[in-house]
Design a protein around this ligand. Structure first.
Ligand SMILES: [Fe+2]
Length: 509
Protein backbone atom coordinates (compact mmCIF):
# COMPACT_ATOMS: atom_id res chain seq x y z
CA UNK A 1 0.00 0.00 0.00
CA UNK A 2 1.20 3.50 -0.72
CA UNK A 3 4.71 4.12 -1.90
CA UNK A 4 7.85 3.15 -0.11
CA UNK A 5 10.50 5.60 -1.37
CA UNK A 6 12.83 4.04 -3.93
CA UNK A 7 15.90 5.63 -2.29
CA UNK A 8 15.62 3.40 0.80
CA UNK A 9 18.18 0.75 0.23
CA UNK A 10 19.13 -1.69 2.96
CA UNK A 11 17.94 -3.95 5.73
CA UNK A 12 15.84 -3.05 8.70
CA UNK A 13 17.04 -5.54 11.31
CA UNK A 14 15.04 -6.21 14.45
CA UNK A 15 15.53 -8.41 17.48
CA UNK A 16 13.27 -9.59 20.27
CA UNK A 17 12.02 -12.51 22.30
CA UNK A 18 10.17 -14.89 19.98
CA UNK A 19 9.85 -18.35 21.52
CA UNK A 20 8.67 -18.96 25.05
CA UNK A 21 7.80 -22.66 25.02
CA UNK A 22 9.85 -25.82 24.75
CA UNK A 23 7.87 -29.03 25.09
CA UNK A 24 5.62 -28.57 28.09
CA UNK A 25 7.79 -25.86 29.67
CA UNK A 26 7.20 -22.14 29.35
CA UNK A 27 9.35 -19.16 30.32
CA UNK A 28 7.74 -16.74 32.79
CA UNK A 29 9.05 -13.34 31.77
CA UNK A 30 8.92 -11.40 28.52
CA UNK A 31 12.72 -10.91 28.64
CA UNK A 32 13.19 -14.68 28.71
CA UNK A 33 12.00 -15.62 25.23
CA UNK A 34 14.50 -17.00 22.74
CA UNK A 35 15.90 -14.37 20.35
CA UNK A 36 14.14 -14.07 17.01
CA UNK A 37 15.81 -11.93 14.35
CA UNK A 38 13.86 -10.20 11.60
CA UNK A 39 15.14 -8.68 8.38
CA UNK A 40 13.09 -6.40 6.15
CA UNK A 41 15.09 -5.94 2.99
CA UNK A 42 14.09 -2.78 1.15
CA UNK A 43 15.18 -1.96 -2.38
CA UNK A 44 13.52 0.01 -5.18
CA UNK A 45 10.37 0.42 -3.11
CA UNK A 46 9.98 -3.35 -2.66
CA UNK A 47 10.19 -5.17 0.68
CA UNK A 48 11.10 -8.78 1.38
CA UNK A 49 11.01 -10.33 4.83
CA UNK A 50 12.73 -13.20 6.56
CA UNK A 51 13.23 -14.23 10.16
CA UNK A 52 15.41 -16.71 12.03
CA UNK A 53 15.80 -17.81 15.58
CA UNK A 54 19.24 -17.13 16.93
CA UNK A 55 20.97 -20.50 17.20
CA UNK A 56 22.32 -19.64 20.63
CA UNK A 57 23.60 -22.40 22.90
CA UNK A 58 20.51 -21.72 25.03
CA UNK A 59 18.19 -22.27 22.06
CA UNK A 60 20.01 -25.37 20.90
CA UNK A 61 20.13 -26.94 24.37
CA UNK A 62 16.44 -26.23 25.05
CA UNK A 63 15.47 -27.56 21.63
CA UNK A 64 17.47 -30.76 22.01
CA UNK A 65 16.03 -31.44 25.45
CA UNK A 66 12.53 -30.32 24.35
CA UNK A 67 12.20 -28.51 27.67
CA UNK A 68 13.69 -25.46 29.36
CA UNK A 69 17.18 -26.30 30.55
CA UNK A 70 18.68 -22.81 30.49
CA UNK A 71 17.60 -20.20 33.02
CA UNK A 72 16.80 -16.65 32.01
CA UNK A 73 16.00 -13.42 33.82
CA UNK A 74 12.57 -14.40 35.16
CA UNK A 75 12.69 -18.17 34.88
CA UNK A 76 14.79 -20.69 36.73
CA UNK A 77 15.26 -23.89 34.78
CA UNK A 78 14.24 -26.92 36.81
CA UNK A 79 14.72 -29.43 38.26
CA UNK A 80 18.41 -29.09 38.89
CA UNK A 81 19.05 -25.64 40.34
CA UNK A 82 22.65 -26.47 41.17
CA UNK A 83 23.48 -26.67 37.52
CA UNK A 84 21.55 -23.62 36.46
CA UNK A 85 23.17 -21.19 34.14
CA UNK A 86 22.66 -17.74 35.53
CA UNK A 87 21.66 -15.15 33.08
CA UNK A 88 21.61 -11.56 32.05
CA UNK A 89 22.16 -9.02 34.75
CA UNK A 90 23.94 -11.25 37.16
CA UNK A 91 26.46 -12.40 34.69
CA UNK A 92 27.98 -9.03 35.43
CA UNK A 93 29.02 -10.35 38.79
CA UNK A 94 31.14 -13.26 37.79
CA UNK A 95 28.43 -15.86 37.84
CA UNK A 96 30.05 -18.85 36.14
CA UNK A 97 27.95 -19.12 33.02
CA UNK A 98 25.45 -16.78 31.45
CA UNK A 99 22.97 -17.08 28.65
CA UNK A 100 23.91 -16.27 25.06
CA UNK A 101 20.25 -15.76 24.19
CA UNK A 102 20.98 -12.31 22.78
CA UNK A 103 17.45 -11.05 22.27
CA UNK A 104 17.69 -7.32 22.91
CA UNK A 105 19.46 -5.47 20.11
CA UNK A 106 21.65 -5.50 17.00
CA UNK A 107 24.96 -3.76 17.75
CA UNK A 108 28.11 -3.05 15.77
CA UNK A 109 31.73 -3.50 16.78
CA UNK A 110 34.63 -2.97 14.39
CA UNK A 111 32.23 -3.09 11.46
CA UNK A 112 30.67 -6.44 12.39
CA UNK A 113 27.09 -6.99 13.47
CA UNK A 114 26.32 -8.78 16.70
CA UNK A 115 23.14 -9.51 18.58
CA UNK A 116 23.37 -8.55 22.19
CA UNK A 117 21.70 -8.88 25.55
CA UNK A 118 23.17 -7.89 28.91
CA UNK A 119 25.50 -10.78 29.62
CA UNK A 120 29.16 -11.37 28.80
CA UNK A 121 28.13 -13.17 25.60
CA UNK A 122 27.18 -11.79 22.21
CA UNK A 123 26.70 -13.68 18.96
CA UNK A 124 28.07 -12.38 15.70
CA UNK A 125 25.45 -12.58 12.95
CA UNK A 126 25.39 -12.16 9.20
CA UNK A 127 23.12 -9.16 8.53
CA UNK A 128 22.11 -10.56 5.14
CA UNK A 129 21.36 -14.21 5.92
CA UNK A 130 20.74 -13.78 9.70
CA UNK A 131 23.00 -16.77 10.16
CA UNK A 132 24.31 -17.24 13.70
CA UNK A 133 28.10 -17.00 13.87
CA UNK A 134 30.59 -17.34 16.69
CA UNK A 135 29.91 -16.64 20.33
CA UNK A 136 32.00 -13.77 21.66
CA UNK A 137 32.85 -13.49 25.34
CA UNK A 138 33.63 -9.96 26.55
CA UNK A 139 35.62 -11.24 29.49
CA UNK A 140 38.17 -12.85 27.14
CA UNK A 141 39.13 -9.43 25.80
CA UNK A 142 38.75 -7.06 28.69
CA UNK A 143 38.17 -7.21 32.43
CA UNK A 144 34.40 -6.83 32.39
CA UNK A 145 31.68 -9.38 32.99
CA UNK A 146 29.15 -8.00 30.53
CA UNK A 147 28.17 -5.02 28.43
CA UNK A 148 24.86 -3.28 27.82
CA UNK A 149 22.79 -3.77 24.66
CA UNK A 150 22.91 0.01 24.02
CA UNK A 151 26.43 1.02 22.99
CA UNK A 152 27.21 4.43 21.49
CA UNK A 153 29.19 5.08 18.33
CA UNK A 154 31.45 8.01 17.55
CA UNK A 155 31.88 9.46 14.09
CA UNK A 156 35.23 7.74 13.59
CA UNK A 157 33.63 4.31 14.00
CA UNK A 158 34.68 3.47 17.56
CA UNK A 159 32.06 1.91 19.85
CA UNK A 160 31.58 2.80 23.52
CA UNK A 161 29.84 0.64 26.07
CA UNK A 162 29.72 -0.06 29.80
CA UNK A 163 30.18 -3.20 31.87
CA UNK A 164 30.87 -4.22 35.44
CA UNK A 165 33.86 -5.81 37.10
CA UNK A 166 34.86 -6.93 40.55
CA UNK A 167 38.13 -6.18 42.20
CA UNK A 168 39.55 -6.51 45.69
CA UNK A 169 38.29 -3.06 46.46
CA UNK A 170 34.72 -3.67 45.32
CA UNK A 171 32.49 -3.43 42.32
CA UNK A 172 33.24 -1.10 39.39
CA UNK A 173 31.26 0.24 36.47
CA UNK A 174 33.62 0.42 33.51
CA UNK A 175 33.47 2.54 30.39
CA UNK A 176 34.73 0.51 27.44
CA UNK A 177 36.03 1.69 24.07
CA UNK A 178 36.23 -0.71 21.13
CA UNK A 179 38.33 0.70 18.27
CA UNK A 180 37.05 1.62 14.83
CA UNK A 181 37.36 -1.02 12.09
CA UNK A 182 40.94 -1.13 10.92
CA UNK A 183 42.48 0.46 14.01
CA UNK A 184 43.09 -2.85 15.78
CA UNK A 185 44.36 -4.44 12.56
CA UNK A 186 47.01 -1.75 12.34
CA UNK A 187 48.20 -2.94 15.71
CA UNK A 188 48.28 -6.51 14.37
CA UNK A 189 45.27 -7.97 16.12
CA UNK A 190 41.96 -8.02 14.26
CA UNK A 191 40.05 -10.78 16.03
CA UNK A 192 36.70 -10.23 17.79
CA UNK A 193 36.81 -7.41 20.30
CA UNK A 194 40.59 -7.17 20.46
CA UNK A 195 41.91 -3.68 20.99
CA UNK A 196 39.13 -2.91 23.49
CA UNK A 197 40.18 -0.72 26.38
CA UNK A 198 38.71 0.40 29.66
CA UNK A 199 38.58 4.18 29.65
CA UNK A 200 37.46 4.63 33.21
CA UNK A 201 36.45 2.47 36.20
CA UNK A 202 33.86 4.02 38.47
CA UNK A 203 33.55 2.47 41.94
CA UNK A 204 29.98 1.55 42.94
CA UNK A 205 28.61 3.78 45.71
CA UNK A 206 27.62 0.63 47.59
CA UNK A 207 29.81 -2.29 46.54
CA UNK A 208 27.39 -4.87 47.97
CA UNK A 209 24.52 -3.38 46.00
CA UNK A 210 25.60 -2.17 42.57
CA UNK A 211 23.01 -0.46 40.41
CA UNK A 212 21.31 -1.89 37.37
CA UNK A 213 21.70 0.13 34.18
CA UNK A 214 20.43 -0.46 30.68
CA UNK A 215 22.21 2.36 28.83
CA UNK A 216 24.31 5.49 29.38
CA UNK A 217 24.69 8.97 27.89
CA UNK A 218 27.38 10.22 25.54
CA UNK A 219 28.09 13.74 24.22
CA UNK A 220 30.99 14.91 22.01
CA UNK A 221 33.39 15.09 24.95
CA UNK A 222 31.80 13.15 27.80
CA UNK A 223 30.33 9.84 28.82
CA UNK A 224 27.82 10.01 31.68
CA UNK A 225 27.06 6.98 33.76
CA UNK A 226 23.75 7.19 35.62
CA UNK A 227 23.89 5.29 38.90
CA UNK A 228 20.21 4.81 39.66
CA UNK A 229 18.66 3.26 42.76
CA UNK A 230 17.66 -0.02 41.15
CA UNK A 231 19.97 -2.20 43.16
CA UNK A 232 21.15 -5.74 42.78
CA UNK A 233 21.53 -7.23 46.21
CA UNK A 234 24.53 -9.52 45.91
CA UNK A 235 23.98 -11.23 49.25
CA UNK A 236 20.39 -11.99 48.37
CA UNK A 237 21.61 -13.19 45.03
CA UNK A 238 23.91 -15.77 46.63
CA UNK A 239 21.03 -16.94 48.79
CA UNK A 240 18.58 -17.11 45.90
CA UNK A 241 21.18 -18.90 43.86
CA UNK A 242 21.09 -21.68 46.43
CA UNK A 243 17.29 -21.56 46.66
CA UNK A 244 16.84 -21.61 42.89
CA UNK A 245 14.90 -18.37 42.60
CA UNK A 246 15.12 -16.26 39.48
CA UNK A 247 17.08 -13.01 39.12
CA UNK A 248 14.28 -10.50 38.89
CA UNK A 249 13.57 -11.26 42.57
CA UNK A 250 16.87 -9.79 43.76
CA UNK A 251 16.53 -6.38 42.18
CA UNK A 252 15.20 -3.77 44.51
CA UNK A 253 14.04 -0.20 44.04
CA UNK A 254 15.42 2.07 46.76
CA UNK A 255 13.67 5.41 46.32
CA UNK A 256 15.38 6.92 49.37
CA UNK A 257 18.71 6.75 47.49
CA UNK A 258 19.70 9.54 45.10
CA UNK A 259 20.58 9.00 41.46
CA UNK A 260 24.19 9.97 40.70
CA UNK A 261 25.53 11.30 37.39
CA UNK A 262 29.18 10.28 36.92
CA UNK A 263 30.72 12.55 34.28
CA UNK A 264 33.78 11.17 32.47
CA UNK A 265 35.94 12.83 29.80
CA UNK A 266 35.55 10.59 26.75
CA UNK A 267 39.10 11.11 25.53
CA UNK A 268 41.17 11.12 28.72
CA UNK A 269 38.96 8.84 30.81
CA UNK A 270 39.19 11.33 33.66
CA UNK A 271 36.18 11.40 35.97
CA UNK A 272 34.83 14.71 37.23
CA UNK A 273 35.52 15.20 40.92
CA UNK A 274 32.21 16.98 41.33
CA UNK A 275 29.36 14.86 42.65
CA UNK A 276 26.23 15.48 40.59
CA UNK A 277 23.00 13.96 41.84
CA UNK A 278 19.23 14.12 41.50
CA UNK A 279 16.43 12.52 43.53
CA UNK A 280 15.68 8.84 42.82
CA UNK A 281 14.59 8.14 39.27
CA UNK A 282 14.46 5.21 36.93
CA UNK A 283 15.67 5.25 33.35
CA UNK A 284 16.18 2.63 30.66
CA UNK A 285 16.75 4.61 27.49
CA UNK A 286 18.67 7.76 26.62
CA UNK A 287 17.29 10.10 23.96
CA UNK A 288 20.40 12.24 23.33
CA UNK A 289 23.06 14.25 25.16
CA UNK A 290 25.04 17.28 24.02
CA UNK A 291 27.12 20.17 25.23
CA UNK A 292 26.04 23.77 24.99
CA UNK A 293 28.22 26.55 26.42
CA UNK A 294 29.50 25.12 29.72
CA UNK A 295 26.60 22.76 30.18
CA UNK A 296 25.92 19.15 29.38
CA UNK A 297 22.31 18.54 28.41
CA UNK A 298 20.93 15.01 28.83
CA UNK A 299 17.51 13.92 27.60
CA UNK A 300 16.14 10.55 28.64
CA UNK A 301 12.96 8.57 29.32
CA UNK A 302 12.40 8.44 33.06
CA UNK A 303 10.00 7.20 35.67
CA UNK A 304 9.64 7.58 39.42
CA UNK A 305 9.06 3.90 40.04
CA UNK A 306 11.76 1.32 39.45
CA UNK A 307 9.91 -1.86 40.31
CA UNK A 308 8.47 -2.03 36.84
CA UNK A 309 10.97 -4.43 35.25
CA UNK A 310 9.89 -7.42 37.26
CA UNK A 311 6.27 -6.91 36.19
CA UNK A 312 6.56 -7.94 32.56
CA UNK A 313 5.77 -11.56 33.22
CA UNK A 314 3.95 -13.58 30.60
CA UNK A 315 1.09 -14.07 33.02
CA UNK A 316 0.66 -10.29 33.08
CA UNK A 317 1.20 -9.81 29.35
CA UNK A 318 -1.23 -12.55 28.35
CA UNK A 319 -4.11 -11.23 30.38
CA UNK A 320 -5.88 -10.29 27.15
CA UNK A 321 -7.84 -7.11 26.64
CA UNK A 322 -10.21 -6.07 29.38
CA UNK A 323 -10.27 -5.17 33.02
CA UNK A 324 -7.39 -7.38 34.13
CA UNK A 325 -5.03 -5.99 31.49
CA UNK A 326 -6.16 -2.44 32.24
CA UNK A 327 -5.45 -3.01 35.91
CA UNK A 328 -1.94 -4.17 35.10
CA UNK A 329 -1.33 -1.22 32.75
CA UNK A 330 -2.66 1.31 35.24
CA UNK A 331 -0.36 -0.05 37.93
CA UNK A 332 2.70 0.52 35.76
CA UNK A 333 4.49 3.80 36.03
CA UNK A 334 4.55 5.97 32.89
CA UNK A 335 8.00 6.78 31.61
CA UNK A 336 8.20 10.35 30.36
CA UNK A 337 10.92 12.42 28.69
CA UNK A 338 13.08 14.56 30.96
CA UNK A 339 15.98 16.94 30.52
CA UNK A 340 18.79 17.11 33.06
CA UNK A 341 21.50 19.75 32.71
CA UNK A 342 24.94 19.45 34.27
CA UNK A 343 27.10 22.55 34.79
CA UNK A 344 30.57 21.45 33.68
CA UNK A 345 32.64 24.20 35.28
CA UNK A 346 32.08 23.84 38.99
CA UNK A 347 34.90 24.58 41.41
CA UNK A 348 35.50 26.05 44.85
CA UNK A 349 34.62 29.53 43.60
CA UNK A 350 31.23 28.48 42.23
CA UNK A 351 28.51 30.11 44.37
CA UNK A 352 26.33 27.87 46.51
CA UNK A 353 22.54 27.76 46.89
CA UNK A 354 21.70 29.28 43.55
CA UNK A 355 20.67 27.83 40.23
CA UNK A 356 23.71 27.48 37.98
CA UNK A 357 21.80 26.78 34.76
CA UNK A 358 21.71 29.77 32.44
CA UNK A 359 20.56 28.17 29.20
CA UNK A 360 17.80 30.26 27.63
CA UNK A 361 14.47 29.34 29.16
CA UNK A 362 15.62 25.93 30.39
CA UNK A 363 13.71 24.89 33.49
CA UNK A 364 16.18 22.26 34.70
CA UNK A 365 18.16 23.39 37.73
CA UNK A 366 21.52 22.58 39.29
CA UNK A 367 22.47 23.97 42.69
CA UNK A 368 25.80 23.59 44.47
CA UNK A 369 25.29 22.89 48.15
CA UNK A 370 27.53 23.64 51.12
CA UNK A 371 29.25 20.25 50.73
CA UNK A 372 30.29 21.22 47.21
CA UNK A 373 27.91 18.71 45.61
CA UNK A 374 25.63 19.70 42.76
CA UNK A 375 21.99 18.71 43.07
CA UNK A 376 20.00 18.70 39.82
CA UNK A 377 16.30 18.84 39.08
CA UNK A 378 14.88 18.07 35.68
CA UNK A 379 12.74 19.85 33.16
CA UNK A 380 9.76 17.90 31.82
CA UNK A 381 10.42 17.62 28.12
CA UNK A 382 6.77 17.45 27.11
CA UNK A 383 3.47 19.25 27.19
CA UNK A 384 0.24 17.85 28.60
CA UNK A 385 -0.68 16.68 25.12
CA UNK A 386 1.73 13.76 25.50
CA UNK A 387 -0.21 12.40 28.47
CA UNK A 388 -3.12 11.33 26.25
CA UNK A 389 -0.66 8.92 24.61
CA UNK A 390 0.40 7.46 27.96
CA UNK A 391 4.10 7.15 28.65
CA UNK A 392 6.87 7.20 26.09
CA UNK A 393 9.69 4.76 25.41
CA UNK A 394 11.95 3.38 22.65
CA UNK A 395 13.29 6.83 21.67
CA UNK A 396 15.23 7.22 18.42
CA UNK A 397 16.96 10.20 16.78
CA UNK A 398 18.75 10.96 13.53
CA UNK A 399 21.71 9.23 15.18
CA UNK A 400 24.32 9.46 12.42
CA UNK A 401 24.16 13.25 12.21
CA UNK A 402 22.82 14.38 15.56
CA UNK A 403 23.95 11.98 18.24
CA UNK A 404 25.98 13.84 20.90
CA UNK A 405 25.09 17.16 19.24
CA UNK A 406 22.35 19.75 19.73
CA UNK A 407 19.23 18.37 18.07
CA UNK A 408 15.56 19.10 17.75
CA UNK A 409 13.58 15.93 17.05
CA UNK A 410 13.20 12.46 18.37
CA UNK A 411 10.77 9.65 17.65
CA UNK A 412 9.33 7.17 20.12
CA UNK A 413 6.54 4.74 20.93
CA UNK A 414 3.70 6.10 22.98
CA UNK A 415 2.59 3.63 25.64
CA UNK A 416 -1.15 4.05 26.04
CA UNK A 417 -1.12 0.31 26.58
CA UNK A 418 1.24 -2.28 28.02
CA UNK A 419 2.78 -2.39 24.55
CA UNK A 420 3.44 0.67 22.40
CA UNK A 421 0.21 1.76 20.69
CA UNK A 422 1.31 4.94 18.92
CA UNK A 423 4.32 6.44 17.18
CA UNK A 424 5.32 9.93 18.23
CA UNK A 425 7.52 12.64 16.82
CA UNK A 426 8.63 15.05 19.52
CA UNK A 427 10.08 18.53 19.05
CA UNK A 428 12.34 19.29 22.03
CA UNK A 429 12.32 23.03 21.30
CA UNK A 430 8.57 23.60 21.20
CA UNK A 431 7.52 20.39 23.01
CA UNK A 432 4.92 19.91 20.30
CA UNK A 433 4.26 16.45 19.02
CA UNK A 434 2.98 14.64 15.98
CA UNK A 435 1.38 11.24 16.36
CA UNK A 436 0.44 8.16 14.39
CA UNK A 437 -2.13 6.11 16.29
CA UNK A 438 -4.76 3.64 15.14
CA UNK A 439 -6.76 1.41 17.50
CA UNK A 440 -5.65 -2.22 17.43
CA UNK A 441 -2.27 -1.45 15.83
CA UNK A 442 0.85 -1.78 17.97
CA UNK A 443 4.04 -0.19 16.62
CA UNK A 444 7.54 -1.29 17.54
CA UNK A 445 10.51 0.98 18.20
CA UNK A 446 10.79 3.58 15.39
CA UNK A 447 14.02 3.85 13.40
CA UNK A 448 14.97 7.00 11.48
CA UNK A 449 16.62 6.73 8.05
CA UNK A 450 17.95 9.95 6.49
CA UNK A 451 17.15 10.76 2.86
CA UNK A 452 20.11 11.04 0.49
CA UNK A 453 21.63 14.54 0.65
CA UNK A 454 19.29 15.45 3.50
CA UNK A 455 19.55 19.08 4.56
CA UNK A 456 17.12 19.08 7.48
CA UNK A 457 17.45 16.99 10.61
CA UNK A 458 14.13 15.27 9.91
CA UNK A 459 14.53 14.86 6.15
CA UNK A 460 13.97 11.13 5.82
CA UNK A 461 11.64 8.38 6.92
CA UNK A 462 10.67 6.66 10.14
CA UNK A 463 10.13 2.91 9.96
CA UNK A 464 8.34 0.69 12.42
CA UNK A 465 6.92 -2.81 12.44
CA UNK A 466 3.24 -2.87 13.33
CA UNK A 467 1.67 -5.91 14.93
CA UNK A 468 -2.05 -6.55 15.11
CA UNK A 469 -2.71 -9.10 17.86
CA UNK A 470 -6.46 -9.13 17.23
CA UNK A 471 -6.09 -10.01 13.58
CA UNK A 472 -4.45 -12.99 11.95
CA UNK A 473 -1.39 -12.49 9.80
CA UNK A 474 -1.61 -8.78 9.24
CA UNK A 475 1.73 -7.55 10.49
CA UNK A 476 3.20 -4.77 8.38
CA UNK A 477 6.25 -2.59 7.94
CA UNK A 478 5.17 1.04 8.15
CA UNK A 479 7.11 3.87 6.51
CA UNK A 480 6.29 7.42 7.62
CA UNK A 481 7.56 10.71 6.22
CA UNK A 482 9.66 11.92 9.15
CA UNK A 483 8.85 15.60 8.53
CA UNK A 484 5.08 15.42 8.27
CA UNK A 485 4.74 12.13 10.18
CA UNK A 486 2.23 10.91 7.63
CA UNK A 487 2.19 7.48 6.07
CA UNK A 488 4.13 6.97 2.85
CA UNK A 489 3.58 3.27 2.51
CA UNK A 490 3.33 -0.10 4.17
CA UNK A 491 4.40 -3.61 3.29
CA UNK A 492 2.13 -6.32 4.64
CA UNK A 493 3.46 -9.68 5.82
CA UNK A 494 1.40 -12.84 5.67
CA UNK A 495 2.72 -13.95 9.07
CA UNK A 496 2.34 -13.13 12.75
CA UNK A 497 5.42 -11.85 14.48
CA UNK A 498 5.93 -11.18 18.18
CA UNK A 499 6.35 -7.70 19.67
CA UNK A 500 10.10 -7.07 19.54
CA UNK A 501 12.66 -4.99 21.36
CA UNK A 502 15.25 -3.01 19.35
CA UNK A 503 16.55 -2.76 15.81
CA UNK A 504 18.79 -0.90 13.38
CA UNK A 505 18.82 0.06 9.73
CA UNK A 506 21.75 -1.43 7.86
CA UNK A 507 22.36 0.54 4.69
CA UNK A 508 23.58 -1.50 1.75
CA UNK A 509 24.25 1.41 -0.61
FE1 LIG B 1 16.61 -1.26 25.56
Amino acid sequence: MGNIPAWINGSFLRNGPGKFEFGKDSYNHWFDGMAMMHRFNIRDGQVTYCSRFLRSDSYVRNSEADRIVVSEFGTMAMPDPCKNIFARFFSRFKVPKATDNASVNFVKYKGDYYVSTETNFMRRVDPQSLETKEKVDWSKYIAVNAATAHPHYDREGATYNMGNSFGKSGCFYNIIRVPAPGDAEKEGDAAGLSGSQILCSIPASDSRKPSYYHSFAMSENYVVFIEQPIKLDLLKFMLYNIQGKSFNKVMSWEPETDTIFHVVDRRTGERSKVKYSTPAMFTLHMINAYEEKDFLVMDMCCGDEGNVIGDFTLVNLRRGPGEEMDKFYNALCRNLPRRYVIPLTVDKDTPTDQNLITLGNCQATAVKNKKGEVVCTHEDLYDDELLQYGGLEFPAINYAQYNARPYRYYYACGFGHVFGDSLLKMDVQTKQLKAWRHPGLFPSEPVFVAAPNAREEDDGVVMSVIITPRQEKSTFLLVLDAQTFTELGRAELPVNIPYGTHGVFHETG
